[in-house]
Design a protein around this ligand. Structure first.
Ligand code: GLY
Length: 332
């Protein structure tokens, strides 16, 4: 199911789409008891239902003893290549001028990190982010500089928006003109994929990649390229990724907040919930403000929590491959 439709459907859609209750889901509901209990390594979790396919690619790496870093990059590349996905990579939605600009970041167990923002016409922003991490003294490159870097390093180019996405954008522009008012930013048409993996050696890495908020103002960056907002890893504690409205996630340094809460003794699940509570406390108007967090602690326990219902994540372990419905604070 298309993720946006999934979000719009709310509780009914969620009930229909969620795979049968699992041990992982039960563990999530007994977070206190799982606090210091390791689940079997490796483990991989990814946001939304597109996370299932991403996890498959990541698992190919993990099951052969590969690194969590290679796993999350491989997983992110799958979603970036999916022409049906309207929130990530080649199929992503454009800004209000009709240009598709992509954001991504990656981080590993040694706190190495790389990031790209406002990158246009490159197939795999996540691999550019990794290349920056591996080969430069910098963390983040954006816009024309990022594009120049990607081209110089022979990264695959793409033509965006896809024709069908362009048609959608043209329709949107026309509607805005007919309404004769300032274009409104569409809260529903954006999201990301965030991935966390712990490999057989217990090393944690994470990645996230997105085309951001559909019809955003040109130049807008969300949380996804920002280390500490969209993604944060500290091997001493665990890792977290965020999804949803980037502006609100940045406001509380979302992923970093989740990790710091785990450092102070919260389970992965408790940390995600407390970060959502904090985010809610910083916003007077919660209309349509969907955000969710995923976390894994250094023992391999996972957690997830969102503001509204409708957020799910894909879980992969040695004996599980499933979609899990995240707990939430409120219903649409
Ligand atoms: N979370 C993705 C974005 O706001 O761009």
């Amino acid at each position: 199911m298309d993720r946006r439709k999934f979000v719009r459907l709310g509780a009914v859609g969620v009930a229909a789409a969620v795979v049968k209750p699992s041990l992982a889901a039960e563990n999530l509901s007994t977070e206190k008891s799982q606090k210091f209990v390791a689940i079997t390594k490796p483990v991989m979790i990814s946001t939304w239902n597109h996370g299932l396919e991403a996890n498959k690619a990541g698992w190919e790496v993990l099951k052969k003893g590969g690194s969590s870093l290679d796993a999350v990059e491989a997983g992110a590349r799958v979603t970036e290549s999916d022409i049906k996905n309207r929130s990530v990579g080649i199929g992503g939605m454009p800004d209000r001028d009709g240009n598709v600009t992509l954001d991504a970041c990656i981080m590993d167990w040694e706190s190495r990190c790389g990031s790209v923002g406002y990158l246009e016409g490159i197939a795999h922003p996540i691999s550019v982010a990794r290349h920056i991490m591996d080969n430069t003294p910098h963390v983040m490159l954006v816009g024309l500089g990022a594009k120049k870097y990607a081209l110089k390093n022979k990264f695959e180019t793409i033509k965006t928006p896809l024709p069908e996405v362009k048609e959608e954008w043209k329709k949107w522009k026309k509607e805005q003109a007919e309404l004769a008012k300032k274009p409104e930013i569409n809260h529903e048409n954006h999201d990301t994929i965030g991935l966390l993996a712990m490999d057989a050696d217990g090393r944690i890495s994470g990645a996230c990649t997105t085309s951001g908020w559909a019809y955003k103002l040109p130049g807008r960056l969300g949380d996804s390229p920002i280390i500490g907002a969209g993604l944060f890893i500290d091997q001493e504690v665990g890792g977290a990724v965020a999804t949803g409205l980037g502006e609100s996630i940045i406001r509380i340094a979302g992923a970093h907040t989740v990790v710091e809460l785990m450092r102070h003794g919260r389970s992965a699940q408790e940390a995600c919930k407390e970060a959502v509570d904090r985010l809610i406390s910083k916003h007077k108007d919660m209309t349509g403000l969907q955000c969710g967090f995923l976390a894994v602690d250094k023992f391999g326990n996972v957690g997830a929590y969102s503001v509204f219902n409708g957020f799910n994540f894909a879980l992969r372990t040695n004996d599980k491959e499933e979609l899990v419905d995240a707990k939430h604070d409120r219903s649409w």
